[in-house]
Design a protein around this ligand. Structure first.
Ligand SMILES: [Zn+2]
Ligand SMILES: [Zn+2]
Length: 362
């Protein structure tokens, strides 16, 4: 991806060799997500184009430079099927890391496929090989989970997990999720696993809402059918004895969803904003009605830490028979069709899309 609005280009790079403590993966599959669409439109600041997109990927270890182990100390041999925590450079030494203990806000943090310049190596999954830098944590896929299972969750898996952790859901809570993309769908899953009695999803289009119901949402509301926000708020209140939901998780990406979601929240409820990954502009809030008098708790949620990936994957292993994440993968693309994948993701005709760099190779 050479720059905002520019066509994708296929480029050849020298085959990478692992640095001491690093590894090289042969890419099995990499996800296509909303972030890639934002990147292609230049909606994220500080992106060092050209980049190799694909921040969440699965590959096979081709070569290591020194022994590698997982977080539990078990060795990771060549040939292992792995994913990896897609963040590197978090310093562990700055004010954000040490004082605020907010590692996802460390100014040195970089992310494969997003803030990694192509000039620094094969640091993105839309590539036949991926270079694992020293210190980047490899995570073997648990027995019984394949690349399609994990990537059916993709970055939405740890992100939705993190949002639910932030929400502090109590047993028996009623939860509304705004947005039916991968983050919203995974938030709906983890809300149930966290003890929510009822989950409602407000989103679009139909196929994503069908997925939400399959994943356990009690009911869904298609914003295309109900374009008036006041009607959507009434829909939630009709289902919550007029009081509103205990927890509302915003995973829509639309700034206007925030005041709307606060209207869906009960008094003393908790509101988590995880969908505003890019700056979509300003909206009007009524501080008295939306926050102060409502006695609301409003929380932001930026990125995810290794802990979220690790625990979300363990939860996937335990609950995959129920949620069948791989069914969220709508379509797979060869590297040469990456532009089509971006377009399909942008017009929401796919829930989750995968790039298969080894397919169509000659
Ligand atoms: Zn730091
Ligand atoms: Zn992603």
């Amino acid at each position: 991806m050479t720059g905002p609005g520019r066509p994708l280009e296929g480029r050849r790079f020298a085959a990478p060799r692992p640095r001491p403590g690093g590894a090289v993966l042969e890419t099995v599959a990499s996800e296509v997500c909303g972030t890639d669409v934002h990147l292609h439109h230049g909606r994220l600041p500080g992106v060092p184009y050209p980049i190799i997109p694909g921040h969440v990927s699965v590959g096979r270890v081709v070569e290591t430079n020194g022994p590698l182990s997982d977080v539990g100390g078990n060795p990771i041999p060549a040939g292992a099927l792995v994913t990896f925590y897609d963040v590197y450079g978090t310093c562990g030494a700055c004010w954000h890391c040490l004082v605020a203990r907010a590692a996802t806000r460390c100014p040195h943090r970089r992310v494969y496929g997003i803030t990694a310049p192509a000039g620094d190596g094969l640091l993105g999954g839309w590539s036949e090989r991926i270079e694992i830098l020293p210190g980047v944590r490899l995570v073997p896929l648990p027995d019984g989970l394949g690349p399609e299972d994990f990537l059916g969750g993709g970055c939405g898996l740890p992100t939705g997990f993190h949002a639910v952790e932030r929400a502090g859901i109590a047993l028996g809570d009623t939860v509304v999720v705004q947005g039916s993309g991968p983050v919203g769908l995974n938030a709906a899953i983890f809300a149930q696993l966290a003890g929510a009695l009822r989950v409602f999803v407000v989103g679009s289009p139909r196929a994503r809402l069908d997925a939400a119901r399959r994943l356990g949402a009690e009911d869904t509301l298609d914003i295309a059918d109900v374009p008036n926000p006041e009607d959507r708020v009434r829909w939630v209140r009709d289902r919550t004895s007029g009081r509103g939901a205990d927890v509302v998780i915003e995973a829509s990406g639309n700034p206007a969803a925030v005041p709307e979601g606060l209207e869906m929240l009960r008094d003393a409820g908790r509101y988590v904003v995880v969908g505003q990954y890019t700056d979509g502009g300003d909206v009007a809030l009524n501080p008295h009605r939306h926050v102060n008098r409502r006695h609301a708790t409003v929380l932001g949620c930026w990125g995810y830490e290794f802990s979220h990936l690790h625990r979300a994957l363990a939860m996937m292993r335990r609950h995959d028979a129920r949620f069948r994440w791989r069914e969220l993968v709508t379509r797979e693309y060869a590297l040469a069709d990456a532009a089509q994948a971006l377009q399909d993701m942008e017009n929401l005709s796919v829930v989750k899309a995968l790039i298969r760099p080894q397919s169509g190779r000659n």
